[in-house]
Design a protein around this ligand. Structure first.
Ligand code: GLC
Length: 402
């Protein structure tokens, strides 16, 4: 079997971590398969995939196409922008088709909205396309219309949670492809471990070392507008001042789509307005997120919109940290609140503050949740499961299309 994966970026965000885990899992389970990857830009994803024995080709996406999208906060109607980009898109599809053809795939797996469409347009005749959907579609009006129109031509859909699978079925309605399969992401349990290197978060943030006994609480996320940075900062501002908590915003800007993310400067300004000077640090983009998580006592996930999956939640559980997560969407499928993590309602800063307060005051509870979190990760989120679930989906798609 030859599979070519198409990814709309060269950066490593959640969807790309998931892709790398799939590649590693397939490599281990099906060593004879040929795996190829086409990305739209150079970036850390390229060497990371190559290190797994994947043949990577970069087909650079023109700026005009790269900046399209309706995932932004303002959700501007992008139809005019889309129309202006038509010639650039057509040229890109030709280049992409050449690159895919050269890799001679039996199946194409697309990993992002742009690639779901471009992949269908560029695939060689008769080759099935499997969409791997990582985000809710209904949130994006333009993309919903486009996906609904194209869904009948795709062989199967893999969704990163039951919640996203439901959303795809709803959006595509009668045009939904034969199979929409929820496949939860998984993590590398040997990288995300309770023990190992810890980042010096204070040094990273330019803060003086925190006094012994300080409980370190961090929001680990990209700077996408819906990741709940304001909710987190407001929650920290609501904590009693005598509570020995230092907060960290871990993560940096990642996406190319206009309007879709916060800047660290904006967030610093918010922290200043809330009177959090010295109580919160900003690490910027962190390469080794496991080392950052291990340096935290509590890992917070605070998305204000239902989270499609929430890899950070599972990574932090695998690191044996106490996790507080926003309990909605796919994220709510990942843990049992009070057992292996704590849940709070999306956007509820006061509720989040109460959860942080509970954990800051109770080392025993933190340790219990951390141990249960690791146990759940080992049971449910070992990446060996990915190949077990995906291989039959790929085989069925190839059979159905040959
Ligand atoms: C996207 C989703 C996120 C998920 C990741 C991996 O980034 O927004 O929830 O964890 O994909 O599937």
């Amino acid at each position: 079997m030859r599979i070519v994966f198409l990814n709309p970026s060269g950066q490593i965000g959640g969807a790309e971590r998931s892709l790398l885990d799939i590649l590693a899992s397939l490599r281990a389970a099906e060593p004879a398969w040929a795996l190829g990857l086409v990305t739209t830009a150079n970036g850390p994803l390229v060497p990371a995939a190559e290190a797994l024995g994947v043949r990577v080709v970069v087909v650079p996406l023109p700026e005009a196409v790269a900046r399209l999208g309706d995932g932004g906060a303002r959700r501007a109607a992008s139809l005019p922008r889309l129309a202006a980009a038509v010639p650039a898109v057509a040229g890109y599809v030709r280049r992409l088709r050449r690159a895919v053809r050269a890799l001679a795939p039996d199946l194409v797996h697309t990993n992002g909205f742009k690639m779901h469409l471009l992949g269908l347009w560029a695939r060689p005749r008769g080759v099935p396309v499997v969409w791997h959907v990582h985000d809710f579609v209904a949130r994006r009006p333009l993309m919903s219309r486009l996906l609904r129109g194209h869904a009948p031509r795709c062989a199967a859909v893999v969704a990163n949670s039951r919640s996203v699978a439901e959303d795809v079925r709803r959006v595509c309605a009668r045009g939904a492809p034969a199979g929409v399969w929820p496949v939860h992401n998984a993590v590398d349990l040997a990288t995300f471990t309770p023990g190992g290197e810890r980042l010096d978060l204070d040094a990273r943030c330019g803060l003086p070392p925190a006094p012994p006994g300080t409980v370190r609480v961090g929001l680990v996320a990209t700077l996408a507008w819906w990741k709940g940075h304001e909710t987190f900062l407001r929650a920290v501002s609501l904590l009693p001042p005598e509570l020995p908590v230092r907060a960290y915003v871990v993560g940096g800007a990642l996406y190319e789509t206009a309007d879709s993310q916060r800047s660290t400067d904006e967030l610093r300004e918010t922290a200043r307005r809330l009177g959090l000077d010295g109580r919160v640090g900003f690490t910027g983009y962190v390469e080794d997120s496991a080392a950052a998580m291990r340096a935290l006592d509590v890992v917070v996930h605070a998305s204000t919109e239902p989270e499609p999956f929430g890899l950070v939640i599972v990574e932090a559980m695998a690191c044996g940290r106490a996790v507080i997560a926003s309990e909605a969407g796919g994220a709510a499928e990942l843990f049992r609140s009070g057992v292996d993590a704590l849940g709070h309602a999306p956007g509820d800063a006061a509720g989040l503050a109460r959860r942080i307060g509970e954990l800051a005051a109770d080392g025993g509870l933190r340790a219990r949740l951390g141990a249960e979190g690791r146990a759940s990760a080992e049971k449910r989120f070992d990446r060996a499961r990915l190949a077990t679930e995906l291989v039959p989906i790929y085989r069925a798609a190839v059979r159905a299309w040959s």
